[in-house]
Design a protein around this ligand. Structure first.
Ligand code: GLN
Ligand code: ZN
Length: 780
């Protein structure tokens, strides 16, 4: 069937995606109600349809076009990568029984892939580029039988159309889908999921045909995989895949126009490859990336200038944004404006915040404000800057006010940072520290400890909530929390742990707690952002210079220490993690902000030390997460991130022991950085990788303490003594005994007490078995 040439014009302004969780987390609540069987699938579908309707209406109110494909169809019940897995029929064989005879998977089955069932482990979850969003990892092998097995996106497009909207379906692009995949259990060693591209493309072709038939003018294919250099596929193979994929899809007849978006960085050498294909539009992230050079073919495309930061919550420099978009005209006559990434990473609406200071509110743009900015810029591009002079001036005034507002720059903080010297970043020689700590602490071989938090019971949460609401007086709150600390300390003594913790009952969240107690931060009421599936976080806003008005954790730690003769570890969150899990000011380099946070923590550590605390742990679980996507940016990042940790921790005496905790299992490029942190003891997540990480670290020549996380706290399972003994033995195969500590692989706050107590008892039993054997070996 001959088809008309693809001639639709791209809308002048758009966004790459919109939050789907709902302004009041309606989707989260409905999905969880479905999981607990309080509502059925039809009721969940109805909530989701209602949210999609609200989103469309809202986006039109904010200035996007109703029928010009500017509204992205970007809803997901759980995750867009999972949606793609289901759409292309790539269901791992262990879940085969969930698939109906016609190849489809119902909603319950969809969630089972994400959450696992019985012996069937869920799909692995990992971070989506350099954001704090997590996606589910596809498992692809030679046996994966691709077929168009899910048409949810088509149904959602049709639903919108019936309501009078012409939306733009958003799909994860085929190259990125395979780049993010791992080899299935059945795949032979060395199998590359990307080798299945030719088999996957017909499914995308079929899906595009279905969307065209349904009336879609434009389809967005997200290809952030092309901007990242941290994917283990040779670049030449990625580029060949781009040429092949968009050669095939671009060459289809009767398809919608194709918009390939490349958020999270610049396309670099993928741009000429994409420009040489027949796709109609290419999205450029001009926030993380820069304006590219002209390349053949580009002038004939619509270029979608991602000039509004989709990653951050600042209103920012609107004049700079329109300049950026105008600059793209040097490359093509057809330029549209957009966000740099999906707005999935930001909360819905600043206007939902009632307790933020008014000045701060005027500096912010959440998703809805960013849509408004896009609409304004689109108008400016079409009608000239004069047409948007008012909004440009308002944004400039807000930016200027922000720059000079009290608290944004604090003279004392700046003077202190400017006066730092190299000595402030270094502790004494490790050998001296080791002997000073050995005599101060007198710990047995294979010392046992935990990562900090103990289970957060309903009672603890209620107590905190009441205190926050003002229905519980400060002294009552304090004595309830002290009672909890007392229970946790007694429990640890009973179990026989060597280094104790206070249990962190006073903390809602390991970052927000510090944000609430430091100057320069604000906390939102409704600023929820999807982290994964139904899980949302509420990042704090780091808007000004950071300082510590008063000690934060000292009272709690000192109280815990007063109850025991064993050492109690002080527990702090590190500067990199505080930055990674907050929305951070964009008006100065991250490294500068990190130093301010580090200085505040340094003071806290000094106070803990002065109050008699002999061990302080500074958690940096996000060290790997903030690693830039481009290799050229790694050195600078590692320099400031490691530097801020060292600045925070280097003020203590040799005898004070510094611990850190990192929780992820892919160390790779950061191994050297871990060594440079120079923490006396580093605890890591190792149970799930069967101690593989431990071997990697040791191979790098690490001689400090290593806390082998032998108890996997990510599941309620109680590991047996045998299993824990084996893991400990595995660790001891590659690390000398004197370096080994024994601990769970993360904090216990999400666990229940029963399983925690049993697991810790088993961990101690395993340690005793190994200790006895080791001392028998010495005697023999
Ligand atoms: N100390 C923190 C806790 O135990 C560490 C949490 C984390 O690594 N994410 O909860
Ligand atoms: Zn952890």
């Amino acid at each position: 069937m001959p088809s008309a040439p693809i001639s639709s014009t791209f809308p002048p302004g758009t966004i790459l995606g919109y939050p789907r969780i709902g302004r009041r987390r309606e989707l989260k609540k409905a999905v969880e109600a479905f999981w607990s069987q309080t509502i059925d699938a039809a009721a969940l579908e109805a909530v989701a349809a209602g949210l999609r309707q609200q989103t469309r209406d809202r986006l039109v109110d904010l200035g996007l076009g109703r029928t010009d494909s500017s509204i992205p169809e970007s809803f997901s019940y759980y995750d867009q990568v999972l949606d793609t897995i289901v759409a292309v029929g790539a269901i791992p064989s262990r879940f085969a029984s969930l698939v109906a005879a016609d190849g489809t998977l119902d909603l319950a089955g969809y969630f089972t892939l994400a959450r696992g069932e019985g012996e069937n482990l869920p799909l692995e979850m990992t971070k989506w580029f350099d954001s704090n969003y997590h996606y589910l990892v596809p498992e692809i092998g030679p046996e994966t039988a691709f077929s168009l097995a899910g048409d949810r996106i088509v149904r959602e497009f049709v639903e919108a159309k019936a309501a009078g909207f012409l939306t733009r379906p958003v799909l994860v692009g085929p190259v990125t889908f395979l780049l993010l995949s791992k080899a299935s259990d059945e795949a032979p060693a060395g199998f590359s999921p990307l080798s299945r591209l030719d088999d996957l493309l017909p499914v995308y072709a079929a899906l595009l045909a279905r969307l065209a038939d349904a009336g879609a003018d434009w389809v967005q294919l997200d290809e952030p995989g092309l901007v990242s250099e941290s994917i283990d596929v040779p670049r030449a193979e990625t580029l060949a895949a781009v040429a092949s994929a968009y050669g095939v899809l671009g060459g289809l007849t009767g398809r919608p126009a194709l918009f390939v978006a490349a958020p999270y960085g610049s396309l670099d050498d993928a741009l000429p490859v994409l420009a040489a294909t027949a796709v109609e539009a290419i999205g450029l992230d001009l926030v993380r990336g820069t304006l590219p050079q002209a390349v053949p073919g580009l002038a004939g495309k619509t270029l979608v200038a991602g000039v509004i930061d989709g990653h951050n919550i600042w209103r920012g420099d609107l004049t700079g944004a329109i300049e950026g978009a105008e600059g793209v005209r040097a490359l093509s006559d057809s330029v549209s404006v957009s966000t740099s990434t999906s707005l999935l990473h930001v909360p819905h609406d600043v206007l939902d915040e009632t307790s933020l200071p008014g000045s701060l509110v005027s500096w912010l743009a959440f998703a809805d404000q960013k849509v408004g900015q896009v609409a304004t810029l689109a108008q400016g591009l079409v009608n000239g800057r004069a047409a948007i002079a008012g909004p440009l001036a308002e944004a400039a005034a807000a930016l200027a006010a922000r720059h000079s507002a009290p608290g944004v720059r604090d003279g004392a903080v700046r003077l202190r940072a400017a006066a730092l010297t190299d000595a402030d970043f270094s502790r004494g020689a490790y050998a001296d520290r080791l002997s000073a700590q050995d005599s101060a602490l007198q710990l047995p071989s294979l010392p046992t400890t935990t990562i900090g938090s103990f289970p957060q019971t309903g009672d603890i949460r209620r107590t905190r909530a009441q205190f926050l609401k003002g229905t519980l007086a400060a002294d009552e709150y304090r004595s309830l929390m002290r009672a909890e600390i007392g229970r946790v300390v007694a429990l640890q003594e009973e179990i026989g742990l060597d280094v104790l913790v206070h249990g962190e009952p006073e903390r809602n969240d390991m970052v927000q707690y510090f944000a609430e107690n430091l100057d320069g931060f604000a906390v939102t009421e409704n600023g929820w952002v999807q982290s994964y599936g139904s899980r949302c976080t509420r990042p704090s806003i780091l808007w000004g210079d950071v300082s510590r008005p008063a000690p934060i954790t000292v009272d709690w730690s000192v109280y815990a220490q007063s109850l025991t003769t064993k050492p109690v570890k002080g527990m702090l969150t590190g500067p990199v993690t505080i930055l990674a899990w907050s929305f951070v000011r964009d008006d100065q380099p991250l490294g500068e902000t990190a130093r301010q946070v580090a200085l505040a923590l340094r003071d806290e550590i000094g106070d803990l030390e002065a109050a008699g605390i002999k061990i302080v742990q500074v958690d940096e679980p996000a060290l790997r997460e903030l690693l830039p996507l481009k290799k050229k940016d790694h050195a600078d990042y590692l320099d400031w991130s490691v530097g801020s940790f060292r600045l925070a921790t280097a003020g203590v005496a040799d005898a004070t022991q510094i611990h850190t905790h990192l929780c992820y299992s892919e160390f790779g490029v950061v191994i050297e950085a871990i060594r440079n942190l120079d923490a006396d003891v580093t605890s890591i997540e190792a149970a799930r990788s069967r101690m593989e990480v431990v071997r990697e670290i040791e191979a790098g020549g690490f001689d400090h303490g290593i806390g082998a996380g032998i108890y996997d706290i990510h599941s309620p399972r109680v590991p047996s003594v045998d299993e824990l003994t084996t893991l400990l033995d595995t660790a001891l195969e590659s690390i000398p005994e004197r370096q080994v500590w024994v601990n769970p692989d993360c904090g216990l706050k999400t666990r229940g007490y029963d399983e925690t107590v049993q697991s810790l008892q088993n961990m101690l039993a395993a340690t005793r078995v190994v200790r006895e054997r080791l001392s028998a070996d010495v005697i023999a």
